[in-house]
Design a protein around this ligand. Structure first.
Ligand code: SAM
Length: 271
């Protein structure tokens, strides 16, 4: 707890903001990773290898963009920095180690941005009722974009928006509308990836499963009903071996990874 509090304080002193609770969450991920380093290793390696292979397949290597770069756990930043003239990391916040590494590499830029496009301007009643999330421009206006990596961001995108929405309209009144809007955020991210002018590599967790004594206890859809039936690699992420979240339950997530989802995403599944 002390290490987390210190890290949070250092990040705040370094200028990171926390209006949506995202910095608190990043510090939480940092702490969970420290505890579960071994359990997470295979998942993180698979994501990094997939990202790097997709990047190496790019003929032109001007700018690479990582969406949801966070703590860089699943991002091979040093290798991307060596491959591309410029690497841009986009997230709501960054921890001090990421800021330091970016500076040391010299060609890495950090961009603080809301990739859902609606945290600072929550949807109005019409957009909410129509379940129509804004389609963000995932090029972020970068002119020489040759590679984009969506780094386990997809299932996380609706979380802060849902929290903000629940503060305005409680779930009891509008639970289904909230869920439909969350699904539209997932679809909007996929549609924006599909619209990119360069390869769009996607790693995303899609399903969470809890096991008690080896028996399936629950299964939760992390994408709010949006189906991602892509010809992609899949693997399990041992997110929380027993004791981490539940005293006697192992929680894992199903992850998909695809080097370039643009052609695969039209028409969008689960519409
Ligand atoms: C599961 S974490 C993956 C983090 C990262 N790829 C890593 O390896 O550390 C999801 C990331 O998405 C970011 N994120 C969630 N919602 C976001 C939003 N609306 N805009 C930008 N980033 C967001 C979080 O801050 C977090 O860093």
């Amino acid at each position: 707890m002390l290490a987390e509090a210190l890290l949070y304080a250092r990040a705040r002193i370094g200028g990171q903001q926390n209006p949506h609770g995202h910095l608190t969450e990043l510090v939480g991920i940092w702490a969970r990773h420290r505890r579960q380093r071994r359990a997470w290793a295979e998942h993180l390696t698979r994501a990094r290898v997939l990202c790097l292979k997709a990047a190496e397949a790019c003929n032109s290597r001007r700018t690479a963009l990582v969406l949801g770069a966070g703590l860089l756990l699943d991002v091979p930043l040093e290798q991307l920095s060596a491959l591309f003239r410029q690497v841009v990391l986009a997230d709501l916040a960054f921890l001090p180690a990421t800021v330091r590494l970016a500076r040391a590499l010299g060609n890495v830029e950090l961009v603080h941005t809301d990739l859902s496009g609606c945290l600072d301007a929550l949807p109005n009643a019409d957009a909410l009722a129509a379940a129509q999330a804004p389609g963000p421009d995932l090029t972020l206006g970068l002119p020489a974009l040759d590679y984009v990596y969506s780094a386990n961001l997809l299932s996380q995108l609706p979380l802060y928006v849902l929290t903000a929405l629940r503060n305005v309209i409680p779930d009891q009144q509008n639970g289904n509308t909230h869920k439909a809007f969350a699904a539209s955020l997932v679809r909007a991210h996929l549609a924006s990836l599909a619209a990119l002018p360069c390869p769009a590599c996607l790693v995303a967790d899609t399903l969470e499963r809890g096991y008690r004594a080896g028996q399936l206890e629950y299964e939760a859809d992390l994408l709010y009903g949006v189906r991602l039936d892509l010809p992609a690699e899949t693997w399990a992420w041992r997110l929380a071996p027993r004791g981490e979240i539940h005293p006697d339950m192992d929680v894992e997530r199903l992850v998909i990874g695809a080097p370039d989802v643009r052609a695969m995403l039209s028409p969008l599944p689960g519409g």
